[in-house]
Design a protein around this ligand. Structure first.
Ligand code: AMP
Length: 434
């Protein structure tokens, strides 16, 4: 089979790496890819994966490329092309493509759509209101004593959520998003949710429109600095599985969240084929959904795929074809940890073009994989080209061993200004020691 993967981050490198292990794949492209993706080889014939210079949002060029190369399956990594309707476009042309169509991708593209859907179909979520007028928004925030999350409806590069702990913070947030329009059209409508307390986890489920198969648990670290301090980022590291939930509790959370969600999709005629990834707060009243994503989480993918034993091409084909109920997803019992190495200054401004050293030494370590996110090849070197640069991932029979192995690899890798958290998985390890 010939595959085209769309995207350029650590998630896409992890997808390419896992898909390349499939015996079904004879040729693979990634658009636009990154430095590390272009070094991957296919298990079937040792061919290199080829990066093509087409942006993930250039739908006409992606379509023309897939047709010209007679691609058998296109795999969409990021949310933007999904929101733009890439799946509908490819399907109209008779091409096989994995990911939710535009209507289904609204779960991520519109928080107001998701919130209304959850309330209508009994998916547990925070008390909330949807507003496009500041006066009623302020009134609702006041009824929550200002303790709320103010969210831009549309996609805002992961920055459209403001957490408020007082009435004045809530007023500022409403002013910023709704009145001053900091996020443009994405913030013309806002969702205000009560502030929920508890441990936050990510769930992922692979869907084919009728069936949803739940992944194991994982946890992201969104804040830039140790101890969950600093600004929100796209994710600074992950680990899987999470010790706060037993297999039984995970299955229960899945039933309470994914069960009514799937039923609701059927009732509304939403044909969701792809990954549904709810962000969940484990509150004292049970799991509650904060938001939905309609694609793989970026740092989550980097800890999930090393644990996935099944053939990912077969799973994605089944997701497209509606035959997931016949498939089994096999996961290793090992734990995995991913530490993101970022450019100094990220998520604010940062420099690019810094030479990265030590990748060869890190590659020699067992059960370790360095996924590239913001890198580029420059002659014989890799240089930084983005905020999150590398996802340094390791797996082992215990979480502690996996964490230590990931940091051993991090220690080998250097670039000017490199910044990473030193406490990835620390909460889980503290809990395990009790
Ligand atoms: P979202 O993009 O909606 O998941 O929001 C980004 C982050 O804000 C989440 O990962 C949570 O840490 C936090 N957050 C969002 N909504 C809430 C809420 N209702 N209560 C508490 N924290 C929240």
């Amino acid at each position: 089979m010939k595959l085209l993967v769309i995207g350029s981050g650590g998630r896409e490198h992890a997808l390419v790496w896992k898909l390349a292990q499939s015996r079904h794949v004879t040729r693979m492209w990634c658009a636009p890819g990154n430095g590390g993706i272009g070094e991957e080889r296919l298990a079937a014939n040792d061919n290199l994966v080829e990066c093509v210079k087409i942006g993930a949002e250039d739908l006409p060029a992606l379509l023309a490329f897939a047709k010209e190369q007679r691609v058998d399956l296109t795999v969409v990594g990021p949310d933007n092309p999904l929101g733009l309707g890439i799946v509908d476009l490819f399907q109209r042309e008779g091409l096989q493509i994995w990911g939710p169509n535009q209507r289904a991708a609204q779960f991520e593209a519109s928080k107001a759509f998701s919130q209304r859907f959850m309330e209508k179909h009994g998916v547990p979520t925070a008390r909330s209101g949807i507003f496009s007028d500041a006066t009623s928004a302020r009134k609702f925030a006041e009824s929550l004593s200002g303790r709320c999350a103010v969210k831009a409806d549309g996609l805002a590069l992961g920055k459209g959520v403001l957490i408020c702990k007082s009435a004045s913070e809530a007023n500022d947030a409403i002013e910023q998003i709704l009145v001053r329009g900091t996020f443009g059209k994405a913030g013309a409508t806002i969702v205000i949710q009560e502030l929920l307390e508890g441990m936050e986890i990510s769930l992922h489920a692979l869907c084919d429109g009728q069936t949803a198969k739940l992944f194991p648990t994982s946890q992201d670290h969104k804040r830039a600095l140790d101890g969950d301090q600093g600004l929100n980022t796209g994710g600074m590291g992950t680990y899987s599985p999470v010790p706060f939930l037993s297999a039984k509790e995970l299955a229960e959370a899945g039933e309470r969240v994914i069960g009514p969600w799937l039923k609701g999709c059927r009732a509304e005629g939403i044909d969701f084929r792809g990954i549904i990834y709810p962000g969940i707060m484990l509150t004292k009243d049970g799991p509650k959904v904060l938001e939905f994503n309609a694609r793989f989480g970026d740092p989550e993918t980097q800890v999930y795929l090393p644990r996935l034993q099944s053939d990912l091409v077969e799973l994605l084909n089944a997701s497209v074809d509606g035959t997931l109920s016949k498939m089994e997803m096999q996961w290793s019992d090992e734990s995995s940890v991913c530490v993101v190495m970022a450019s100094g200054g990220y998520p604010g401004d940062y420099a690019k073009g810094k030479v990265i050293t030590g990748l060869d030494e890190a590659a020699k370590l067992p059960n370790t994989k360095v996924f590239h996110a913001g890198t580029q090849k420059a002659g014989d070197n890799f240089v930084t080209s983005g905020g999150r640069v590398l996802g340094v991932t390791a797996w082992a029979s215990t979480l502690k061993q996996a964490r230590d192995a990931a940091y051993r690899a991090v220690d080998k890798i250097k670039f000017d200004g490199a910044h990473y958290r030193r406490d990835i998985a620390a909460k889980a390890l503290t809990q395990a020691e009790h």
